[in-house]
Design a protein around this ligand. Structure first.
Ligand SMILES: Cc1cc2nc3c(=O)[nH]c(=O)nc-3n(C[C@H](O)[C@H](O)[C@H](O)COP(=O)(O)OP(=O)(O)OC[C@H]3O[C@@H](n4cnc5c(N)ncnc54)[C@H](O)[C@@H]3O)c2cc1C
Length: 290
């Protein structure tokens, strides 16, 4: 039965106030509500544990904004997909994130859904997660005790869990700036809009010339495992190689052996493995221009 009873809620306007509420251990834990495009669906649909207390953070403007500091692009957790798509800073430094944002839901979801919500919701099909993982993003968590930073490699330890504690908010995401870094994003779904990924992929690398060897390769995939994952064997197959047909063939062989996707309502494991390989092959071919 869908949950018909509304849980108690609070709507702080300042971060400090939100932290104080989260730190109050006298009652049930608060569940943050950002855009609500995941949480409201879960609550009204009776999916998962219903929240006992809801902390509506939408009015906490300290969680908004996109900027650049000394060595990273910094994106507030409440930044919506529409804001990501319209940001000249994101377009310049992380165009793959603009591409990912553009594939999420449709306009209504993009106006309300936030980057922080996608990150903390921790769906293995979350479309921004592979981009953040490929780019080695850092998640800044805040609480009444201060802030701490968790690397994307450690943020999603298992199915739908995160490194976040109950008394913390995701405050911002830091994406390190790196000269000469390239990143590409690909999503396979049933349609162009309102489609949950069957496979979603992002790959980042450094190269000093257009068809030069790829270094520091990070290949991240979603919808192929319990969490967003890096395909490390495949990364190793590409590392130090130029984007040739031989490299693409070797990468596909490695990826097909490395991935262990599941069958579910959206796709079969075989399809996911096959399409992930094809997409990677084509991506390398496009970069190599052959
Ligand atoms: C029709 C539809 C289409 C969709 N299409 C896509 C799609 O194509 N790709 C995709 O990836 N997703 C899709 N989604 C899912 C959803 O829109 C995204 O995951 C979105 O980014 C969630 O953000 P939100 O702000 O709405 O999160 P909310 O629903 O408010 O929160 C999600 C979770 O994150 C937690 N949370 C949120 N912000 C914070 C914070 N700052 N600190 C701590 N915890 C926090 C909440 O407690 C909750 O557990 C779709 C959803 C719908 C309804």
């Amino acid at each position: 039965m869908p949950n018909a009873v509304e849980p108690p809620s609070a709507s702080p306007t300042r971060l400090e106030e939100a932290y104080a509420l989260l730190a109050d251990a006298s009652g049930a834990p608060w569940r943050p509500l950002a855009g609500g495009t995941d949480l409201m669906v879960q609550m009204t649909g009776g999916i998962g544990e219903p929240p006992e207390r809801v902390l509506d953070i939408w009015a906490v403007n300290e969680l908004r904004g996109i900027g650049v500091d000394a060595d990273a692009i910094v994106i507030g957790a409440l930044t919506t997909y529409t804001e990501l798509r319209r940001s000249p800073v994101v377009a310049e430094f992380v165009p793959a994130l603009v591409e990912a944002a553009a594939t999420i839901g449709a306009a209504q979801i993009q106006n309300r859904g936030t980057l922080g919500g996608n990150v903390v919701n921790a769906s293995p099909a979350g479309d921004t997660l592979p981009v953040l993982l490929a780019l080695g993003a850092e998640m800044v968590l805040g609480s009444a005790h201060g802030e701490r930073t968790v690397h994307a490699d450690d943020f999603w330890p298992s199915y739908r869990t995160t490194a976040r504690r109950d008394d913390e908010l995701l405050v911002r995401v830091r994406i390190p700036l790196a000269l000469g870094r390239q990143v590409r994003f690909r999503k396979i779904g049933t349609r162009r809009a309102q489609a949950i990924s069957k496979v979603v992929m992002a790959i980042a690398w450094h190269s000093s010339a257009d068809d030069g060897p790829w270094a520091d390769v990070r290949l991240a995939l979603g919808s192929v495992a319990a969490t967003t994952v890096r395909a490390r064997t495949t990364e190793a197959a590409i590392e130090g190689k130029r984007p040739t047909r031989q490299t693409a063939d070797a990468a596909v062989e490695a990826l097909t052996a490395e991935l262990e996707p599941i069958d579910d309502v959206r796709s079969t494991a075989d399809y996911r493995r096959l399409v992930a390989g094809r997409v990677l092959h084509r991506l390398i071919r496009d970069e190599g221009g052959w």
